[in-house]
Design a protein around this ligand. Structure first.
Ligand SMILES: *Cc1c(COP(=O)(O)O)cnc(C)c1O
Length: 387
């Protein structure tokens, strides 16, 4: 079956009601007919659900779809993208291990790595996204995991997954990739040697800004460790959110096709605009890692970035003059969203720290929605005129 078919046709068994769509299983726990069945479930001798912190039919359906879409062996779904990121770190890293990551990384992930991992005796270091030659030299004897996201948030840098997959294999290191921006319909990191893939399902997977969720998929033995950690520590995805997310996966392929088509049209139109010093989108020829992007991605995704020549003040003016686009912290929604990282998500960093992760004063990130592309463009262009 093709991935788009799997996203639609992967379904838990029907109940006696013979429903067509999956019902919601809003239950904390599951019953057993007798003591022997219960013993077998607790001894891992059966697949029976026990308690919704461990597993639940709705959560299983969502997880099974994600496993199929990413080409993985197993998975575990979590309450948010960050609990997926943290769960994978804590289940697999221990005191004395080293985590190698990239300086361009989602803000909360950076906080987890920098502020909390050292509390557990876990070392870390970063390689810059635009220095692909630095990865091998940065590997230490105790490097246990390489963790990257590509394209990066918000700078849209692209990291070569084939190169990292080969490096991780050669040095026997776990390669863990945050595939949130591309989605499994845009990029499949496991085909390039990733051992684990994490997602914030809150973004494109939900796609309508309704629920939080996350998921980790990958190699069976690694997922088993993550499962044991998560089932004891409790970041389980709620059955209701899993039901929403599983339904969302049925339309992810067609939604991403249109998001990417709109984004490419917007990036192409804006490139060369007199108020902008650059426009960045992975599928523009001018993107610094365009060759890598077209090698590993099926489309350029739904995020476009550009830099206003007027810097910080122009960035704020641009947001203030938008009429339709939403000013909100989310991305990956049917509704187009604009954000200005230098005055919001990354305002606490110094100017120099922001520059080191390519967040320039006038950088604007657009999450391109599913409105008509002409309406999105018209709003951006009139706001640019006034900024
Ligand atoms: C949003 C995001 C996360 C965190 O996901 P939540 O669902 O908000 O916890 C992780 N990685 C990337 C790239 C994101 O954009």
């Amino acid at each position: 079956m093709h991935p788009s078919t799997k996203a639609i046709r992967t379904q838990i068994n029907r109940t006696d009601e013979m429903e067509h769509a999956t019902p919601m299983f809003l239950t904390s726990s599951f019953c057993f007919d007798n003591a022997e069945d219960m013993r077998a479930a607790f001894a891992d001798e059966s697949d029976d659900n026990i308690y919704s912190r461990f597993s639940n039919p709705n959560v299983n359906e969502f997880t099974d779809k994600m496993v199929a879409l990413e080409g993985a062996e197993g998975g575990f779904a979590t309450a948010s993208g960050m609990s997926a990121v943290f769960g994978a770190f804590m289940a697999l890293l221990k005191k004395g291990d080293h985590l190698l990551s990239c300086s361009s990384i989602f803000g909360s992930t950076h906080t987890v790595i920098k502020k909390y991992l050292p509390n557990f005796g876990i070392e870390y270091s970063y390689v810059a996204a635009d220095k692909p030659g630095d990865w091998e030299a940065a590997i230490r004897p105790n490097t246990k995991m390489i963790y990257v996201e590509t394209p990066t948030n918000p700078g849209l840098e692209v990291i070569d997954l084939e190169m990292l997959g080969a490096l991780a294999k050669k040095h026997n290191i776990i390669l863990n990739v945050d595939n949130c921006f591309a989605t499994p319909f845009g990029q499949r990191p496991i085909e390039y040697g990733a051992d684990l893939v994490v997602h914030s399902a809150t973004k494109w997977i939900d796609g309508q800004g309704r629920v939080l969720g996350g998921v980790i998929v990958g190699k069976k033995e690694l997922i088993h460790e993550i499962y044991l950690f998560c089932r004891s520590t409790g970041p389980a995805l709620s059955p209701f959110n899993a039901w929403v997310l599983s339904k969302s996966l049925e339309t992810l392929d067609v939604r991403m096709e249109r998001h990417a088509k709109n984004a490419l049209a917007i990036a192409t139109t804006l490139e060369g605009h007199e108020k902008l010093s650059f426009v960045r989108y992975p599928f523009l020829n001018s993107h610094p890692q365009h060759e890598i992007a077209i090698k590993q991605m099926k489309n350029g995704g739904g995020i476009v970035c550009f830099e206003l020549k007027g810097g910080l003040d122009s960035g704020r003016n641009f947001l203030n003059n938008l009429k339709m686009l939403s000013l909100t912290a989310n991305l990956g929604d049917t509704r187009s969203i604009a954000s200005h990282p230098a005055s919001t998500t990354h305002a606490k960093l110094t100017e120099e720290e922001r520059r080191s992760v390519n967040i320039t004063p006038g950088l604007i990130r657009i999450s391109v929605g599913l409105e008509h592309v002409d309406d999105i463009l018209a709003d951006i262009l009139q706001a640019l005129d006034k900024s």
